[in-house]
Write a protein of this length. Sequence first.
Length: 483
Amino acid sequence: MSTTGTDQATGGPSAAAAAKLSPADPAVRTFLRLLANVLPVSVINLSMWFAVTFFVYLQTKSVFATGIIAGIYLISTAGTGIFFGGIVDHHRKKSVMQASAAISLGLYAVGLVFYLATPAVAWQNATDPRVWVLVVLLMAGMIVGNLRTIALPTVVTALFDEARRGKANGLVGTTSGVSFLVSSVISGLLVGATGLLGMLVLAVVVLAASLVHLQTVRVPERLAAVAATPADKKLDLRGTIRIVGQTRGLFALIIFTTINNFLFGGFMALMDPYGLSMMSVQTWGLALGALSTLTIIGGLLITKTGLSSNPVRLLLMINLALWTVTIIFPLQASVILLLGGMAIFMLLMPFAEASEQAVLQKVVPYERQGRVFGFAQSVEQSASPLTAFLISPLAQFVFMPFMTDGAGARLIGDWFGTGPERGIALVFVVMGVGGLQLTAYALTTKHYRALSDRYRSQAAAEAGTVADDQPEVDHRVPVGAAA
């Protein structure tokens, strides 16, 4: 007799059926409405980042100015994560999302007025203070949008049990992929046609519509966990570090991801120059747009397959694969190898991101998740400014000459190739070897075993609690108890 959709022991829904994200479930419908609200706002914030960078460069022709913009953004992101995490923990998640959109809307509206009131000639001089007033206004609007990035994983925790949480994280990854794909197209077209005017008008319209739509979404909360105790009212770094330290292996995971981000940051900083050494800017842009669809596919695959029973191991195994690809694709100046390597990256990155989110959602108490997500964001993103200011100059002044007319060209140039672009390729290989060694070492550490054991034991304990309760009880607050 078939048992599809039914557990023989209990007569209830099978694990496979229970793990599906069915639109018939009110929690799933709420989550999908939230994603529908988050997506356009994410597109606007990411498009604004592209648009500001494109606009300033086209107006001033200053690479230094675009580097400063990147530095401002990265340092601001790293510096606000812990503070934003405290805000998320101490307020209803819907309220946080509304406040984030409202503040961004206000900043973009002020930026629009300032842009219209400033003579066009001012934007052509990178030393004009008005350029940087506009940049700071728009960057602040983007940075405030990170509140949503921190709040969304905690909403996933509140809405879904362990069986469905990984798949929900996959949909979040899909949303990120769609944002990247659409943003690069929107920003390029609008800046090319209207300067920043079209982007600013679109931002104001979309964020205003987002606020109206979000007002209609009823977001359930685990109310007992949302209300902080009197001793827990501060946005305290010390308490967050204590929570992270109490979970064996969690600090190690964050440090591992930080080092990984440093290496991956170098990868991304050099990828555009490497790709443009082989193809035109138009072809490269189209290739990136096409490849970004694989990020969407990766996220959708997670919604179908879920994550493994040990996301810590899955995260490290994916990193082993990615660093191996980083070693292989630059070995020859080949468009096929380059695009093939990028395709694997785009497909697997959602699995890596969803795995880390799943671990934090499982082992960190819900009432502290906002701060821990914010702490992890701050620490992990702190490596990116170092990459921006270290890897690029190192490639330009050391590796590129080394492979053009230096010792590297003489030693390996006959099979590896010579020239500036082969210097960039050598940086990729070196980073790949370093990342592979780091990941292989992480798999042997007691921290990896401790965190894996903690995740599995907590999952088993929760499963046992549900199995012992007859009838089965979902401890999440019903959708009717909305924020």
